[in-house]
Design a protein around this ligand. Structure first.
Ligand code: HEM
Length: 412
């Protein structure tokens, strides 16, 4: 299939589960066609062994409606990941992202208190300090690799400080999160194999939870251990899976958005210069990076009954995949949707489209990203790409493998 240009593959032959379509990142040409011509489209996942196909939803109004209708489109029944085999359903169902109400709402409410913009705002200086420390390590250098030297260590320390894990474990957790979420990437999940990573995360999270049960602190791991729903504590699996959810969601998300945002800026010198000249544009530009490069490409729902949508019959039990890179580039909403405009300050669906599963970490992600871009552009305003960055193909996370840059002179 990969030999035919994306614009010419007949609609009924498009299989978004085919990794050859993802080698250079999300196949936007295909998404444009699906949004216009086949807004409910079937991909058989024919290149996967024993993996059912899925319906692709690409229009923002449909994703909006599906995200709000949990009774028809469940997060619990089949989990929230595109491939059944990437994380066992029992583990997904032990995270509140993989639960339906009422249990979902009760657990989420406990975490929401700590994630309001006001509470998160209290962490700004600490986050800036973390970013500065990582940049200080580049002092005296002419070149750097932004993913491994900035994006990953900064986000790993921020989420590590929330979870209460020590700095020396940051690289380890970052590696596990990357492996765990790179659904469809043959290097990181050979043959779709992810069970060993998932088991390892859960085992290590349980050890940490046991420590916090003995000696509670004010970190989120202690909060998980002591969370009670209807008078009962969470099970060991729910604590461990909850830990994995927060680490993974908090790590790979901001890392992906910073990385893609930096690539976009370095490839658009005019837009880059606007932010260097006027850093007050950065928070709005962050929304534009989120729109163009949503960190998670999709979340999945499972139909709880037969439904008709745009002339297709979605059967009970079918996978329904909401593609944010498609909905965020709808030409009916955005002028020149494939073009970076740092002053656009758009609304978008990168954090989900409302409803109960709307991202818990929006305030933290926005703050971290704003600080990261401020520190990067403030310190190295003349940074340039040294080589073409490589995408990290996956059906779930929108990561960049490496960004080699010339740092340029350090600002006074
Ligand atoms: C660029 C950054 C981020 C993006 C694009 C993002 C995206 C998303 C999306 C699309 C969902 C919806 C899932 C669904 O509908 O099934 C979600 C949920 C979630 N996110 Fe984020 N996220 C980001 C950062 C974070 C951060 C920093 C955290 C912090 C710990 C976090 C924690 C969560 C959690 C716990 C959920 C589950 C919420 C629920 O099920 O009610 N996210 N995120």
């Amino acid at each position: 299939m990969a030999t035919i240009p994306a614009s010419e593959i007949p609609l009924e032959e498009i299989d978004l589960g085919d990794m050859s379509l993802w080698e250079e990142g999300p196949p936007h040409e295909i998404f444009d066609r699906l949004r216009a011509e086949a807004p409910v489209h079937w991909s058989p996942m024919a290149t996967w062994e024993d993996e059912p196909g899925f319906w692709s939803i690409t229009r923002p109004e449909d994703i909006h409606a599906i995200s709000r209708d949990w009774e028809t489109y469940s997060s619990e029944r089949g989990g929230m990941l595109i491939a059944d085999q990437s994380v066992p359903l029992e583990v997904q169902n032990s995270m509140f992202i993989g639960m339906d109400p009422p249990r979902h709402d009760r657990i989420k409410a406990i975490f929401q208190r700590g994630f309001t913009p006001k509470r998160i705002g209290e962490h700004e200086e600490a986050i800036r300090q973390i970013a500065r420390e990582k940049f200080d390590l580049l002092e005296g250098r002419e070149e750097a690799e932004l993913v491994a030297e900035i994006a990953q260590p900064v986000v790993a320390r921020v989420i590590g400080s929330f979870m209460g894990t020590p700095p020396e474990d940051d690289g380890h957790w970052a590696d596990l999160a990357l492996r765990g979420l790179a659904v469809g990437n043959d290097e990181l999940q050979p043959g779709g194999e992810n069970v060993a990573t998932v088991e390892r995360v859960l085992m290590e999270a349980m050890e940490l939870a046991a420590e916090r049960r003995e000696r509670p602190t004010d970190d989120l791991t202690s909060l998980l251990v002591h969370t009670e729903v209807d008078g009962e504590q969470l099970s060991d699996l729910e604590v461990a899976a909850g830990f994995a959810l927060l680490v993974a969601a908090g790590m790979d998300s901001t890392k992906a958005t910073y990385s893609n945002g930096m690539v976009a800026l370095l490839k658009n010198p005019g837009e880059h210069q606007k932010l260097v000249d006027d850093p007050s544009l950065i928070p709005g530009a962050v929304e534009e990076f989120l729109r163009m490069h949503p960190a998670f490409l999709n979340f999945r729902r499972t139909a709880t009954r037969d439904v008709e949508l745009h002339g297709q019959t979605i059967r009970e039990g079918d996978k329904v995949i909401m593609w944010y890179p498609a909905s965020n580039r709808d030409e009916k909403i955005y002028e020149c949707p494939h073009q970076l405009k740092v002053e656009r300050n758009p609304e978008h669906q990168a954090f989900g489209a409302g409803g109960r599963h709307f991202c818990l970490g929006t305030a933290l992600a926005r703050l971290e990203l704003t600080v990261l871009f401020e520190e990067t552009l403030g310190r190295y305003p003349e940074m340039e790409l040294k080589a073409e960055p490589e995408a990290l193909p996956s059906l779930f996370t929108n990561q960049v493998k490496a960004i080699e840059v010339e740092l340029g002179p350090r600002a006074a």
